[in-house]
Design a binder for this molecule. Structure first.
Ligand code: AMP
Length: 426
């Protein structure tokens, strides 16, 4: 098969690395890709917002399957446009991607179908939103309805903070995404990410993960796209996994099908595991980043037929195998991220780092120039490792990082601390 992968981050590098390994893959292209992906795929410069150009590329290069990494093209309807042009595409339609595009839509779907989630209300105007905040008190969570690149959720510790968030969102601080807000109950518990592969009818669980969203050690500092992750999530055992499938994923599949927008692709559930069981925080319509960088090293089965089965609607009899061993990834970011940072700094030592046993380096924001690898984004590298325990995977990842020479980069030194603590106390 000729496959075109869309995206340019660490998630796409992990997907490219896994798909390149498939005996089914004849040619692998990635648009736009990065310096690491270029080791597994032919990178092509296509504008992901130009669907006509993408369709034309697929025709010209006889693409058998397009795999969409990021949410923006999914929400813009790239799968619809490819499919109507006769090109097979992995991922949800624009209508199905509403599970990620609109928090209000997802909350209403949960309410109508008894899917456990935080109590909430939707608002279009500030006075009613503020009255709701005052009647419920803090802590309370204020969310922009639309896509806000990780900036749309404020977990407010006081009513004043929540009201300020409402003013910021309705004041246009997040653009169109904040035209409507959801205000919801604060959930107490431990978070986990749950991934399921869906074909519009059937969902099969992939694997679980936990990530670290804050920039600095001790889970402190500003929120980021994710500074590291590990899989499996130690707070999801087989019984909890069944409960999540039965109480959250399966009813979502039934409900989306019933309203005429069957969900295909990866469904990524952000969960809070509370005293009263798992509750849905949010859905994403794609693989997670950096979670994919720990899922792919644990996947024993071939990824390509699984993605194809999702697209073709034949997951029912599908079986995926996973390695039991945990995986962990540490993100290396440019100093200053998630704020202002420099591009173009030189990274050395990647080959020595990749030589550490069990280590796989996935590139995010990098580019190759004159035989050197340069930083070209905020999150730049993912150093992933597998090991018999999370602690061993963690030691390998950090041993590899010690071989990377990039003074302008930084990383957290405590990725996986919660899981390692659990291992130690067990
Ligand atoms: P989201 O973008 O919806 O995943 O929210 C981002 C982060 O905000 C989550 O990963 C949680 O840490 C936190 N969060 C969101 N909703 C809630 C909630 N209802 N209760 C507690 N924390 C929340």
């Amino acid at each position: 098969m000729n496959i075109l992968l869309l995206g340019s981050g660490g998630r796409e590098h992990a997907l490219a690395w896994k798909m390149a390994d498939s005996p089914l893959t004849e040619r692998l292209y990635c648009a736009p890709g990065n310096a690491g992906i270029a080791q597994q795929a032919q990178c092509v410069s296509l504008d992901l917002t130009d669907h006509t150009a993408i369709v034309a590329f697929c025709r010209e290069h006889r693409i058998d399957l397009v795999v969409v990494g990021p949410e923006a093209p999914l929400c813009a309807g790239i799968v619809d446009d490819l499919e109507s042009a006769g090109v097979k595409a992995f991922g949800p339609s624009r209508a199905a991607a509403q599970l990620e595009r609109s928090k209000g839509f997802t909350k209403d779907l949960c309410r109508a179908n008894g899917i456990p989630t935080a109590a909430y209300e939707r608002f279009k105007h500030a006075p009613a939103a503020k009255a709701y905040i005052r009647s419920h008190g803090a802590p309370i969570v204020v969310k922009a309805d639309g896509l806000a690149a990780g900036k749309g959720v404020i977990v407010a510790q006081s009513e004043a903070e929540a009201e300020a968030a409402v003013d910021m969102m309705f004041g246009g601080g997040l653009g169109e995404a904040g035209g409507e807000v959801v205000i919801e109950e604060f959930l107490d518990g431990e978070e986990a990410s749950f991934f399921a592969l869906c074909d519009g009818e059937t969902a099969i669980p992939l694997a679980t993960a936990q990530d670290h969203k804050r920039a600095f050690d001790g889970d402190k500092g500003p929120n980021t796209g994710g500074m590291g992750a590990y899989s499996p999530a130690p707070n999801i055992d087989a019984e909890m996994s069944d409960r999540i499938m039965n109480d959250i994923i399966a009813p979502t599949m039934r409900a989306t099908k019933a309203i005429g927008t069957p969900y295909k692709g990866v469904l990524y559930a952000g969960l809070m595991i509370t005293r009263h069981g798992p509750k849905l925080i949010e859905y994403n319509a794609r693989f997670g980043d950096p979670e994919t960088q720990v899922l792919m090293p644990r996947l024993m089965s071939d990824l390509v037929p699984a993605l194809l089965a999702s697209r073709d609607g034949v997951l029912k009899s599908f079986d995926l195998r996973w390695y039991e061993t945990p995986a962990l990834t540490v993100v290396m970011a440019a100093r200053g991220y998630p704020g202002h940072y420099a591009r173009g700094t030189v990274i050395e030592g990647l080959d020595e780092a990749a030589a550490v046993e069990g280590v796989q380096i996935f590139h995010a924001g990098t580019k190759a120039e004159g035989g050197r690898i340069l930083a070209n984004g905020g999150r730049v590298l993912n150093v992933s490792a597998t090991g018999k325990t999370v602690r061993k995977a963690q030691a390998r990842a950090y041993a590899a990082i010690a071989r990377i020479r990039w003074p302008e980069g930084f990383y957290r030194r405590d990725i996986g601390w919660r899981a390692v603590e659990r291992e130690t106390s067990a």
